[in-house]
Write a protein that binds this ligand. Structure first.
Ligand SMILES: [Ca+2]
Length: 489
């Protein structure tokens, strides 16, 4: 029996018990299924619906066209693990303290002005964190996770099962090295098929799928015939790698397969599909006009492809320019399910359901990022300095504006009193300057101070660490970290 028919039968049965039919209809409408597709390292411009002229993503573009594209959709950290921790917990980084992949100290310590001895960090999303999966499971949803976890030990209490996913595959840490044998790029189709099977098994009850692909993270995996297709296609604007394009096309095929399954089961109208990526793009693929790449807190590092399809509720072909972020999804899921927020755990985002229904909302609410650490590789486009992708930084986005506080200059060069001259603050009007080229911190002191005060109040409220201790080993002439790239995710 189809879920729709099942509910219909249920409602007839219950109506005879005296429950009004309309209330039941509302109840059904308020509990749609949820499918969250989360890509690894796909930059804002790596997709057709955000204007790529080289990559081909017809399935994802169709998904977006059938729903709402968020032109200013963000993740809450600029690389894998902290971004996932924020998504799953609904919290910005100072709450769970997972700031970085492995550690906040990634680079040659002689390059660092701050010692970071006063920064407390967590290597995992703490087991006591109540994830959206735990809340949704409690609300009666079947919860399934497929693919990359990256915020704890897969089999322990910080793994998917421990964090609320009733079904989680693979059950062991994934091995994604056998492309020659499987012909399945980063196991896109394995995870997709597992998700489809889960949907089929749970089609008669509300479900939540978290499909977190390993694609399109380096190294590239793509089938020869797909690569060929792009070799004859002319690249434009810094996007011209046929292998990468093929890898993206396979990812798009996976999304197509999943949407076909929803259609086949008649669940396309009852299922909210959310598509986004965990962080910005990588040097192989230009994100212009955005500044920066994965790991940076300029737009290219944190603004991602972000689209939601909710048929009959969200207007087809709509676009929303209000800034939203991955931490908004947890409260959005609760809103869709009519479920209660977790007790004793603040959620930093807000439901985007009003936006999906075409109403104005969240226009003046701030979004925050906090990264009290160093992240190497040298020489990445868009970075503030040649040595690092980012140095310790704290950021507020509100309305048209974005302010960045760089902690080295802030802590060591006079803080608030010297803010006009110590180069600790960058201020951008993103509506006028999407490329973050013109720092207005000195020329617009009133706006700067207003934003800075709000950022500092938030840092205080969340106990966000601002490292103060200078690094005694700091050497301005030290060379950058030379460790081979590609070892860390
Ligand atoms: Ca990533």
């Amino acid at each position: 029996m189809k879920r729709r028919d099942f509910l219909k039968t249920m409602s007839i049965g219950l109506a005879t018990m005296g429950l009004p039919q309309r209330a039941l209809a509302q109840n059904k409408a308020s509990r749609p299924n949820i499918v969250l597709i989360f890509i690894d390292d796909m930059g804002y411009k790596d997709i057709g619906f955000n204007g790529s002229k080289y990559y081909l993503t017809p399935n994802i573009d169709r998904l977006a066209a059938e729903g709402m594209i968020f032109t200013q959709g963000y993740v809450c950290a600029a690389n894998c693990a902290p971004s996932r921790a924020c998504l799953l917990s609904g919290q910005f980084t100072p709450r769970h303290k997972l700031y970085a992949v492995n550690t906040v100290r990634r680079g040659n310590k002689y390059n660092d002005r701050l010692a970071l001895t006063d920064v407390e960090e967590s290597k995992v999303l703490p087991a006591q964190t109540i994830t959206f999966a735990e809340s949704m499971k409690k609300a009666g949803y079947a919860t399934g996770m497929f693919g990359k976890w990256h915020v704890g030990n897969f089999d322990g209490d910080t793994g998917p099962a421990g964090q609320g996913f009733g079904t989680a595959l693979p059950t062991n840490p994934p091995k994604i090295t056998k492309f020659e044998e499987t012909n399945d790029p980063k196991e896109i189709f394995l995870y997709t098929n597992q998700a489809c099977q889960f949907i089929e098994e749970n089609k008669d009850r509300p479900f939540l799928v978290y499909l977190a692909h390993h694609a399109i993270h380096m190294g590239i995996q793509a089938r020869a015939e797909m690569i060929e297709k792009f070799e004859t296609r002319k690249g434009v604007g810094g996007q011209n790698n046929p292998n990468y394009a093929a890898f993206i096309a396979h990812t798009d095929d996976g999304v197509g397969r999943l949407m076909a399954k929803l259609d086949e089961l008649g669940l396309d109208e009852d299922t909210v599909v959310i598509f986004l990526s965990d962080n910005g793009g990588i040097p192989i693929s230009s994100q212009l006009p955005l500044r920066g790449l994965k790991g940076m807190y300029y737009e290219g590092g944190v603004r991602v492809p972000f689209a939601v399809r909710w048929k009959k509720q969200t207007r087809t072909g709509s676009t929303c320019d209000t800034p939203v972020c991955a931490a908004d999804l947890y409260p959005t899921f609760l809103d869709l399910a009519g479920a209660k927020p977790p007790t004793g755990q603040p959620l930093d985002g807000s439901s985007i359901v009003p936006l999906l229904k075409g109403r104005r909302a969240l226009e003046d609410r701030p979004i925050f990022w906090h990264f009290p650490g160093y992240l190497y590789q040298s020489g990445w486009t868009g970075s503030r300095d040649w040595l690092y992708r980012t140095r310790p930084v704290s950021v507020i986005r509100k309305g048209d504006w974005k302010l960045m506080m760089f902690m080295e200059e802030w802590s060591l060069d006079g803080g608030w009193d010297k803010r006009q001259s110590n180069n600790s603050i960058e201020l951008y009007n993103l509506t006028a300057d999407i490329g973050e080229k013109k720092n207005l911190a000195q020329s617009m002191p009133e706006k700067r101070d207003q934003m800075l005060r709000e950022l500092m109040a938030w840092q205080k409220k969340t106990n966000a660490p601002i490292p103060k201790a200078p690094n005694p080993q700091y050497n301005p002439k030290a060379k950058p970290e030379t460790k081979k790239r590609g070892k860390k995710k």
